[in-house]
Design a protein around this ligand. Structure first.
Ligand code: ADP
Length: 266
């Protein structure tokens, strides 16, 4: 889909000459708007047939009649593929939801300690299966950022689940929540002893659809949209996200967010 968008864009640009830079900028902005509308329309259109697929899958899986083993294998494959498709569509819709044309924030106090525990619960099965060591450095009191709970939830979940996904068996992850340099900030840091990210890859890490070509990273399923979503959400909250990493030595993602007044003031 994006390739089609790029090709259309390139064709449109090649077909015209631009006398002034601002004409080119306007044209590029129009193409960008077109691209996000195309993505949104296609995602919406794919969502409803997929809901039908899910409905039928559930019906077949709950069927009391015996299902032949070969048919069971096919059902499992369809189920996995549909789950992956749903994830891509949800991510595409979320990317647009938090993009430049997003609704303004309606911030409330959001407890980051709770979000970290939620994210760890969501990823617990994978972490246990890989026998990862999880080390937590969280205050015993709630730590309130100022923002939208469902968006910050995605941020924490994406960064924690990446740490779990890209850390080999038996190694460790450390999650730290602390006051920022300024007392109106809070900082969440997720360190892992995972496969690490090359310097070249770090430059593109937050771009839509970027996935490292490192074979150890490619082996993991993913859409390349998670960190683009993280960055957009953090920026629209007035925060910052930074990465420090070295190939083979692990990664640290540090997210600075505005604190809700009074958070971590002691
Ligand atoms: P996804 O994980 O779905 O591919 P993301 O946008 O979350 O997409 O991440 C983009 C890429 O950045 C990943 O494909 C992976 O190559 C790399 N990456 C992200 N987090 C980590 C991490 N903690 N350790 C190593 N590589 C990572």
């Amino acid at each position: 889909l994006l390739d089609i968008g790029h090709d259309l864009g390139r064709a449109a640009l090649n077909a015209r000459t631009f006398e002034h830079e601002h004409e080119l900028v306007t044209e590029l902005q129009a193409l960008d708007t077109y691209k996000s509308q195309l993505i949104a329309t296609v995602s919406h259109e794919l969502k409803s047939p997929l809901t039908t697929v899910w409905g039928h899958l559930e019906m077949l899986e709950s069927e009391t009649l015996p299902i032949a083993p070969e048919a069971r294998l096919s059902l499992d494959a369809i189920s996995r593929a549909s789950r992956r498709m749903s994830r891509v569509i949800e991510d595409l819709l979320l990317l647009r939801k938090v993009g430049e044309t997003a609704k303004p924030l309606a911030p409330t106090p959001v407890d980051l300690v709770e979000l970290v525990h939620d994210a760890l619960a969501m990823t617990a099965l994978s972490a246990q299966a890989k026998q990862l060591r999880i080390d937590l450095d969280l205050p015993s009191e709630p730590v309130h950022a100022r923002g939208e709970a469902d968006e910050l939830d995605k941020v924490v979940l994406n960064v924690v689940s990446n740490a779990v996904k890209y850390t080999p068996d038996g190694r460790g992850i450390r999650v730290v929540l602390a006051p920022g340099e300024r007392d109106d900030q809070v900082v969440l840091a997720v360190h892992d002893e995972g496969i690490g990210i090359s310097e070249a890859d770090q430059e593109q890490l937050f771009s839509e659809f970027f996935r490292s070509t490192n074979p150890e990273a490619v082996a993991q399923p993913g859409t390349g949209l998670g960190l683009a979503i993280v960055q957009r959400i953090v920026h629209r909250h007035g925060g910052e996200v930074a990465v420090r990493s070295a190939l083979g030595a692990g990664s640290s993602f540090t997210i600075t967010l505005p604190a809700h007044r009074g958070a971590l003031s002691s």
